[in-house]
Ligand binder design. Structure first.
Ligand SMILES: Cc1cc2nc3c(=O)[nH]c(=O)nc-3n(C[C@H](O)[C@H](O)[C@H](O)COP(=O)(O)OP(=O)(O)OC[C@H]3O[C@@H](n4cnc5c(N)ncnc54)[C@H](O)[C@@H]3O)c2cc1C
Length: 408
């Protein structure tokens, strides 16, 4: 028996480890196109970029740990084709790996800059990207970050933390992290960035990036321009599915999977992490989640479903994401979108607060917390047991004020 896992980041590594944890005694082969040992991505915009962490500190699986667990590493070699009839993965060097099960964990790559790629312009997805950006940041500013999603916002924060004076962040949306955050919480992050010295240019787009005499000029849609020595383009990610195009599998913004994370009509093909777009039974629709915890939880589910294919588990997580910016730790669990009532709860520490989101029947649907991990843990537990908002409020902050709706 053999399981081939394609993609050697957190989704792939955790699947391999979970297979062994579940008692799988067949061959486990982990294929990765990058030559380096598997590494973790969240530090790339935080500690690794700041220079307080290094390659060794973000390694997910050492050679000795892989050998000990019986995980065969095939690094530095991309998978180029999935042959379902022959149950084989084809590699760029011409080799073919036969499998009984195959796990697709090829993640996503940074959406490329639509404004060209002059020297000094960066995207941030891989360790190489992060090291190249770190080297350029050593020259100092000005730094212009285009895109105020999680990664862009973290890069701006890290740049300020390492002493870069002139940092701007540009986004056509009126607030940062607008896809994930309630506008009121997002507005607090906008204020935080301004307080820490970032020039925020929200509600304005980028028209062009020109290169002149070794420096860059970012031209904005309102007619203004920002000079930069370094530009970071953080405008999202694209699932890495091109190598699957000829497989016959359904590809639509990721590998489409059922509630068990199995590819449609291909029960021995499993999707994990950022590349998988699976049917989430709790939401009643296909979703693709680009967050670390989902990759880990989906890996565990897929390992279970490979080892116990007659008794498969659905993958129906309560979504969870965190972000570290300056000394603020942001955590979010569940849903926070429109149609939910938002309730603010102040923490005992003046820098901490939570926003609890409730359905029309008063049940907790989601929570966002700032600098308050204990409250987030309580909310995650409450989400799993479908608790009522009032119970959660008392569990979260029994000694602080009861909270009031925040402006939306
Ligand atoms: C800078 C940064 C910061 C982040 N911070 C956070 C955070 O604070 N909190 C959070 O929740 N999430 C964060 N994330 C998101 C989180 O890291 C991802 O959700 C997670 O890495 C997804 O893991 P994955 O294994 O599914 O995919 P990926 O990490 O994208 O890994 C896929 C792997 O597959 C390889 N691959 C691709 N195609 C092929 C092929 N054809 N053959 C072989 N190998 C291939 C890739 O090279 C890569 O190594 C961050 C992401 C980035 C980039």
């Amino acid at each position: 028996m053999r399981t081939v896992i394609v993609g050697s980041s957190v989704g792939g590594v955790r699947t391999a480890q979970a297979l062994r944890g579940a008692g799988y005694d067949g061959d486990v082969v982990l294929v990765g196109q990058e030559r380096v040992l598997p590494y973790d991505k969240p530090p790339l915009s935080k500690s690794l970029l700041a220079g307080t962490n290094d390659r060794a500190g973000i390694t997910l699986l050492s050679e000795s740990a892989a050998a000990e667990a019986g995980i065969r590493l095939e690094l530095g070699c991309a998978a180029t084709r999935l042959d379902l009839d022959g149950s084989r993965v084809e590699l760029a060097d011409g080799r073919r790996l036969e499998f009984d099960d195959v796990v697709i964990a090829t993640g996503a790559r940074a959406r490329p800059s639509p404004w060209g790629r002059p020297p000094g312009l960066h995207v941030l997805r891989t360790l190489d990207d992060a090291e190249a950006l770190r080297a350029d940041l050593r020259r100092g500013g000005p730094l212009v970050v285009i895109g105020a999603g999680f990664i862009g916002a973290e890069v701006a924060a890290t740049a300020r933390e390492i002493g870069i004076e002139d940092v701007s962040i540009v986004d056509p949306q009126p607030v940062p992290m607008s896809r994930a955050l309630d506008p009121a919480v997002a507005a607090r992050f906008a204020a935080l960035h301004r307080e820490r010295g970032v020039a925020t240019r929200f509600g304005v787009g980028v028209r062009a990036i020109d290169e002149s005499g070794g420096s860059l000029v970012v031209r904005l849609t309102d007619g203004s321009a920002l000079a930069a020595t370094t530009v970071v383009v953080g405008i999202g990610a694209i699932p890495d599915v091109e190598w699957l195009r000829s497989s016959g599998l359904r590809i639509d913004d990721g590998l489409v999977c059922d509630q068990y994370s199995r590819a449609l009509d291909a029960p021995h093909v499993h999707g994990v992490g950022d590349v998988a777009r699976w049917f989430h039974p709790g939401h009643g629709r296909l979703v693709r989640v680009e967050h670390w915890t989902n990759a880990v939880e989906q890996a565990a589910c897929v390992a279970h479903n490979i080892t116990q294919s007659n008794n498969p588990r659905v993958h129906a997580p309560v979504e969870y994401v965190w972000s570290d910016q300056y000394d603020w730790k942001f955590q979010l669990a569940g849903r926070t979108g429109n149609g939910l009532a938002a309730h603010f709860v102040a923490g005992a520490d003046p820098r901490s607060f939570a926003v609890l989101y409730a359905d029309s029947d008063g049940r907790l649907a989601g929570a966002a917390t700032i600098n308050w991990p204990r409250a987030l843990v309580a909310c995650r537990r409450a989400l799993h047991r479908d608790a009522h908002l009032d119970d959660v409020r008392s569990a979260v902050a029994p000694t602080t004020h009861p909270g009031a709706p925040i402006a939306r």
